[in-house]
Design a protein. Sequence first.
Length: 281
Amino acid sequence: MTENRNDLKKIIMDTKTLPTLPSVIYKLNSLSENDKSSIQEMARIVSSDQVISARVLRLANSPSYGFYRVSTISNAMILLGVNVVKSLALSSSIFAIMEKDIVGLWEHSLAVGAAANIIARKLGLPECEEIATAGLLHDIGKVIISIKCNNAEKDILQLVRDRQIYTMEAEREIIDTDHAEVGGWLSKCWFLPDKLSEPIAFHHDVAESKNHRIKTAVVHIADILISASGFSDSGERFVPPMQKIAWETLKLNEQLLADIIDEVEDKLIEVKNFSLEIMGN
């Protein structure tokens, strides 16, 4: 098991073994790490790839963010921030490699991003766009496991069915890690900031989030709500329990949760329509 885990971590941390990403992604990563780089420079890099540009603008105008008027990459960077746009470019490239095979996971991710945004705004939290992005990316580890560990993925699904256990339990038994940790490794590999990588890595274990627990709690609650709603098929057979620490961290109460659920349910219609539009092209 340890060998599986170490081998997988090496694969994730070595970007050369990941699915082939457009060169613009690597240029954008390099620029975003340079304090002297301007938004205009980074916008030019993204805009140089028409496919990446189109995906970023579509996601920026998706129900997860709610702007609907983001028409240029530089505008997206100003409204959403460099980290968000970089994350959208990266994640859309990874999802695009498998989008026909993982429609359910793609829809679930979009919905969790939208729900995270709603929760963050209801609670008056700062950086709602980054919280929505963490929601969008929270299950990116599942995509990587599917790409890099195809045989193991089949064993994981079989174990979930046979033993009636949570996916994370099966993942740990088969590959000695889980999709949340793999997503955390991947976000480090992409040089994403901790405020994005922590919610990705700890959305199933909020207590482990030390520096960005509020953001992590929001993504955890959003994931639970979308899973419980029955919207899309993320590959999970059972809805994990809502963690008490997440509830307490966000100071939720039953009325506030009911209001959030109502708003999320309304938004899911938009998410479904948006997903169908993307998959239809």
